[in-house]
Design a protein around this ligand. Structure first.
Ligand SMILES: NC(=O)c1ccc[n+]([C@@H]2O[C@H](COP(=O)([O-])OP(=O)(O)OC[C@H]3O[C@@H](n4cnc5c(N)ncnc54)[C@H](OP(=O)(O)O)[C@@H]3O)[C@@H](O)[C@H]2O)c1
Length: 266
């Protein structure tokens, strides 16, 4: 399968290129970076530390999409909007790993998925997606007897908060517990905030160093608490998940899928 990677100068883009350069069945078709990026014109494999790939880094999204059977996008919401439009116009499958989308963006993704196959997952890790399932099971069993809090930690360069994965965990809690993040989410606390409302779904974000990604959901009851934690040790797990998503999507004509679908957990 010919795969175009968007965001190729970034941390995830480079990890993907390294894996694709060594993959027996998947091929790097094009490598797209930001217009004006220092990486433009460089060999994508060399840039990623994988040796020459023969694929130069370009900022031409339309040309990159044209030569792909499937596009994998780990970039920024603004870049992803453009990629979505090009994939829709060209009828190409798309795996979106980028986070930080607005509700309007997600609506556009959903609309586009009526015509093309899209896998959208704020966290492509197999372990995280299993943790999503465990959170759902725990929330079902514990119900309103416990207070639920989501705590996440990421590296100092992450620009959005809470992480897309933390938001997804909050959404799962909201769905199972019959709560609405619009009204019930509390993001950090400071000063005289008063006693905790029982319906609260709390979010705390830590930023520092080179933490790749840690998420804990705490179910705090009277006399005991349960904490479900996932820790990413490298970006390789996201790459593995993204390539599983690509292999899942390759025979789909349209539809919006997540990693629960990819992993058969839905
Ligand atoms: N779903 C998951 O499992 C998962 C896992 C990890 C990360 N993520 C998400 O994936 C995204 C990327 O993460 P990262 O850690 O790789 O971040 P990163 O290192 O900042 O990489 C993002 C890259 O996108 C590039 N970019 C910006 N505008 C672009 C454009 N118009 N066309 C092409 N590329 C463009 C940036 O280029 P410049 O550097 O030149 O500005 C940068 O190289 C983030 O949203 C992150 O939250 C998701």
């Amino acid at each position: 399968m010919n795969i175009t990677v968007v965001g190729v100068a970034g941390r995830m883009g480079q990890a993907l290129v390294r894996r694709l350069c060594a993959h027996p069945d998947l091929r790097l078709a094009a490598a797209v970076a930001r217009p004006g990026s220092d990486a433009l014109g460089e060999d994508a494999g060399v840039l990623a530390g994988a040796g020459a790939s023969g694929v130069p880094v370009t900022d031409d999204v339309a040309a990159g999409v044209a030569v792909a059977e499937l596009v994998i996008d780990f970039s920024t919401p603004a870049a992803s909007r453009r990629v979505l439009g090009e994939c829709l116009a060209a009828g190409k499958r798309l795996v979106i790993g980028t986070t930080g989308f607005t509700a309007g963006d997600l609506e556009a993704v959903s609309e586009a998925s009526k015509h093309i196959a899209i896998v959208l997952a704020p966290n492509m890790s197999v372990g995280v997606n299993l943790t999503f399932k465990l959170i759902e099971m725990a929330a079902r069993a514990l119900g309103d007897d416990v207070d639920v809090e989501v705590i996440e930690a990421h590296h100092r360069d992450k620009v959005d908060a809470p992480s897309g994965t933390a938001v997804r965990m909050g959404e799962i809690l909201g769905q199972v517990l019959g709560r609405d993040l619009e009204q019930d989410a509390v993001y950090g606390r400071q000063g005289q905030v008063g006693a905790r409302a029982r319906s609260t779904i709390g979010f705390s974000s830590i930023r520092g160093g080179d933490i790749i990604g840690e998420h804990t959901v705490m179910f705090a009851g009277i006399g005991e608490r349960i904490e479900l934690t996932h820790r990413a040790q490298s970006r390789d797990n996201f790459v593995t998940g993204a390539l599983r998503a690509a292999l899942f999507a390759v025979d789909k004509d349209s539809g919006l899928f997540d990693m629960q679908d990819v992993l058969g957990l839905s």
